[in-house]
Design a protein around this ligand. Structure first.
Ligand SMILES: [Ca+2]
Length: 231
């Protein structure tokens, strides 16, 4: 009798464990690979998508300036965007939740091509395709830029550009954009592993919002996108 109870208890645990495992596997922000990193609000290394897919439904490509850009998961397990529009066009893709407030977004970013306008950026506290903070790297100008975008076509500098770095093309950089209260901070890590703080400013425009990736007049790749809560 006791053995029978033990066996049925064990079976219940196994059944319940499987249920939990299946539930977690189904969550887009909670792949089994980040079970060891529970502090992430979000993690994507793009390894779980089919080549050529667009990252949906986790990532939502935005229609900006009446145009929706094509984003693609490449066979390297990165998400990329090949620019096909006019100079100044922006391709934006968003993920995450509207109520994320204090967090740091980390992403690997690589730009291919080096026209005067070509750049890539990561966005924090995004309300929609037009309203957010963003951190952009521009290889032609060797600059890291922190800006705010409010409404269609309105771009606002909220901090001086950081120019004390060489931004190469075809090379991975790690960008970190942090929002904590009204303080926005930015770091960049170069291919040698040197991490520099490029910005720390105060701004109250956006208190919460999603994360985003974008290209400006160029082709760029993004990988290892992580969002960690900041206490
Ligand atoms: Ca990857």
């Amino acid at each position: 009798m006791k053995t029978a109870i033990k066996i049925s208890l064990a079976a219940s645990f196994v059944f319940f464990g499987l249920l939990v495992a299946f539930y977690l596997c189904d969550k887009p922000y909670f792949s089994m690979s980040n079970l060891n990193e529970p502090k992430y609000l979000f993690f994507d290394d793009f390894s779980s998508y089919k080549d050529g897919s667009d990252g949906s439904p986790v990532w939502q490509s935005q229609k900006t300036w009446d145009k929706r850009c094509d984003w693609q998961i490449t066979d390297g397990g990165e998400i990329s965007q090949m620019w096909v529009g006019e100079p100044g066009d922006d391709c934006v893709i968003l993920a995450g939740e509207n109520d994320w407030a204090d967090y740091v977004l980390t992403a690997r970013v690589k730009i291919v091509g080096n026209s005067e306008d070509s750049g890539a950026n990561i966005k924090i506290r995004a309300q929609d395709e037009h309203d957010y903070y963003y951190v952009m790297i521009l290889p032609y100008w060797d600059s890291v830029i922190l800006k705010k975008h409010k409404g269609e076509g309105i771009d606002e500098y909220i901090a001086p550009d950081y120019d004390e770095i060489k931004i190469g093309t075809g090379i991975w950089y790690v960008l970190e954009a942090q929002a904590k209260g009204d303080v926005i901070s930015v770091w960049i890590t170069d291919p040698d592993g040197v991490r520099r703080k490029t910005h720390e400013i105060q701004d109250k425009s956006f208190a919460k919002g999603k994360i985003g990736l974008a290209t400006d007049s160029g082709e760029a790749y993004f990988d290892f996108v992580k969002v960690s809560a900041v206490e």
